[in-house]
Design a protein around this ligand. Structure first.
Ligand code: GN1
Ligand code: MG
Length: 372
């Protein structure tokens, strides 16, 4: 009870820094992110707009000022850019603006060292954890295409790397190898399945970093984390209206984003399903996502971008499986869990998704040939 009250006072205090002047505001935990902690703050009647309060996970983002600097660069860029990409004209498009403290800062560093920020709450919107049908999938592609298109003329020199090594698949594999060497001598059947699957498909890992080193793919501004529940939909029309969670914006390969978006939106069972053996990549949804994406982004997509699309979808599913499994072996230090075994369950889902993508790789290649 006392802990609860202290916790509430603490949050009220932090919320007040960002303008929740009325106390007490209603503060509820919000969303399903795996990294940061998010709260919805609703000031008492007539005392201001609701907003999101987030505690940045500084174990993951060890230089949180860099995260905020990137978001500032992106916001400045979007404000300067008056013309939306043609297919987006006339549609609702929202940006998660950062709110300032009374002192004009974009974050609040609490005395216990925790790092807080606040974001405008975008009303009349919703997120989804799995895609329902091709129309929704087309909207997912449209959102990522619009986002890429809006940032396509932001020089990467204006962005910093908030998370060194993020999406560099060979580094995740090296980390896994190191952790696996000291893992339990008595693995469970599911752990054994994961390690065998990883051992059999190590050759999938270098495809994008090799292409980058050979100069085939270039760095550009990416979102970094465009999974389906980081896309906002209008609550009434169901149209995609924006991308949230801008912490991982950085110079990267568009293939990381498209791979992540496809692996996430073409898995109708979602990331948290317990029935991992049933997980399938849905090619009908895949076609719709790519059509929606290319309707906006075709202009800056070159031949090599198309060439590496199929392999990048398989890679990002495999990479995420590897990341979840490594975290499971390390004792759940990176991704938030509510129970022991959750990161293993998530790894099984992503690795069997990678297997399903691999089964369909020829179809994916044919689809890309058709759409290019
Ligand atoms: C994490 O924070 P959230 O839930 O949007 C992770 C992504 C993973 C995703 C899987 C910084 O994203 O890379 O794809 O979980 N973000 C970071 O659900 O590691
Ligand atoms: Mg995130």
């Amino acid at each position: 009870m006392t802990v609860q009250v202290q916790q509430t006072d603490y949050l009220q205090d932090v919320a007040a820094r960002f303008g929740a002047a009325s106390r007490p505001a209603d503060i509820q935990e919000y969303g399903s992110g795996n990294i940061n902690k998010t709260f919805l703050v609703t000031p008492a009647d007539g005392q201001g707009e609701p907003f999101l309060l987030q505690r940045l996970n500084t174990r993951v983002f060890q230089q949180p000022d860099r995260v905020m600097r990137n978001i500032r660069s992106v916001m400045r860029h979007l404000e300067k850019r008056s013309v939306p990409p043609a297919p987006a004209a006339g549609r609702r498009w929202e940006v998660p603006h950062v709110l300032l403290t009374g002192e004009g800062l974009d974050h609040w560093l609490a005395s216990d060292g925790s790092y807080w920020r606040a974001l405008r709450f975008i009303g009349q919107s919703q997120t989804i954890d799995a895609v329902r049908d091709p129309d929704q999938a087309r909207e997912v592609g449209f959102a990522l295409g619009t986002f890429h298109s809006l940032l396509s003329d932001l020089p990467i020199s204006e962005l910093t790397d908030t998370l060194p090594g993020f999406h560099i698949a060979p580094e995740y594999l090296a980390r896994y190898d190191a952790v696996a060497r000291s893992a339990s001598a008595r693995p469970s059947a599911e752990e054994t399945w994961c390690s065998q699957f990883i051992a059999q498909h190590r050759d999938w890992v270098p495809v994008l970093e090799d292409a980058r080193e050979r100069g085939l793919l270039r760095l550009r501004p990416i979102h970094g984390d465009p999974k389906v529940n980081n896309i906002l939909f209008d609550a009434t029309t169901g149209q995609a209206i924006g991308m949230i969670d801008l912490d991982t914006i950085k110079p990267g390969l568009a293939q990381y984003d498209i791979g992540d978006c496809l692996r996430s939106s073409c898995n109708p069972d979602g990331e948290e399903t317990e029935r991992w053996q049933n997980v399938r990549f849905d090619p009908v949804l895949g076609r719709a996502v790519l059509e929606g994406y290319l309707a906006v982004a075709r202009g800056f997509f070159d031949a090599a971008d198309f060439d590496f699309l199929p392999a990048s979808v398989r890679l990002i599913a495999f990479e995420l499986g590897l990341r979840f499994f490594t975290d499971h072996l390390e004792g759940d230090v990176y991704f938030k869990v509510t129970r022991r075994g959750q990161n293993l369950a998530r790894a099984l889902v992503q690795l069997s998704l990678a297997r399903s993508i691999d089964d369909r790789l020829e179809d994916l290649r044919a689809l890309v040939r058709e759409l290019r």
